[in-house]
Design a protein around this ligand. Structure first.
Ligand SMILES: Nc1nc2c(c(=O)[nH]1)N[C@H]1C(S)=C(S)[C@@H](COP(=O)(O)O)O[C@H]1N2
Ligand SMILES: [Mo]
Length: 251
């Protein structure tokens, strides 16, 4: 029996369809070509074309609202933490550094800089966290860190005026790596000034004497070997931001 939905298709019908399909393809190609060229002729904003930067900044204005002290990054049992923790990134970690004479510089106001030793920091209550550390390069690892909560540190050193500002900046002692972080993320209860990894003193290549651990952010913001801390209502300079990455870099 003949299927009555069958249609008779002529050669010219097929030809017309083919021409139409190729025309659509050609049109889209032209559109993408000129669109791409237009984008790359736009003024640069910190390593990326201005329209792309505008989208990243818009994302920040949306997703920044989801950040809350009640929204915690997922944590794990100690047994889940890896023993061989990956070492990634050594900007600002020059060889001529002497951990014995290190002190944390906290620039509270112009002409008012605190110098704090590691022993003083260790006197504050210790907090540990085991979480999935995520790098924008596409890897992640469950790792175990110990230190003081930034919010405890801020309370102890009277940083109320400072934490009322919009950003904190961190710089390595040689100024080779630097990050800026929005204050809600800095004050988040899982953000640590960290001096231990896997229950032992932090290894040099992992940021000894003191590094930042900030589980609500990608790895780029977890600055190793903190030299100077400062506060500002403007975005502090940020190493990877200047190279085209998102300033917020939240998770
Ligand atoms: N001083 C300094 N801190 C840094 C970096 C760096 O290059 N220099 N790289 C960052 C990046 S991209 C990642 S993923 C983490 C890696 O931390 P780890 O070496 O302890 O794994 O450190 C961050 N902190
Ligand atoms: Mo990273």
């Amino acid at each position: 029996m003949k299927n009555n939905t069958e249609k008779l298709v002529t050669k010219s019908h097929i030809r017309n369809r083919t021409i139409f399909s190729f025309s659509v393809l050609a049109l889209f190609s032209v559109f993408i070509f000129f669109g791409w060229r237009w984008l790359h002729n736009q003024p640069d904003d910190n390593g990326t074309p201005k329209p792309v930067r505008n989208v990243l900044n818009f994302d920040e204005s949306v997703f920044g609202n989801f950040l809350s002290n009640d929204h915690l990054a997922k944590t794990f049992p100690v047994s889940a933490a890896v023993k061989n923790v990956r070492v990634n990134g050594s900007e600002g970690m020059s060889d001529d550094f002497d951990p014995a004479s290190w002190k944390l510089k906290v620039a509270r106001k112009p002409g008012d800089t605190l110098l704090i030793t590691l022993d003083e920091i260790k006197k504050l209550p210790k907090t540990e966290i085991i979480f999935d550390f995520k790098c924008i390069e596409g890897w992640s690892q469950v790792t175990h860190w110990g230190g003081v909560k930034f919010s405890d540190f801020a309370k102890k050193y009277g940083l109320d005026d400072q934490t009322a500002m919009k950003y904190m900046g961190l710089i390595t002692p040689d100024a080779g790596y630097y990050v800026g972080i929005d204050m809600p993320s800095v004050m988040h209860p899982q953000t640590l000034l960290c001096y231990e990894m896997n229950g032992k003193p932090l290894p040099m290549n992992q940021g000894a004497p003191l590094r930042l651990i900030i589980p609500v952010k990608y790895g780029i913001k977890h600055l190793k070997r903190i030299g100077t801390m400062f506060f500002s209502n403007e975005r502090p300079p940020d190493y990877w931001y200047e190279r085209g990455y998102d300033y917020f870099s939240g998770l």
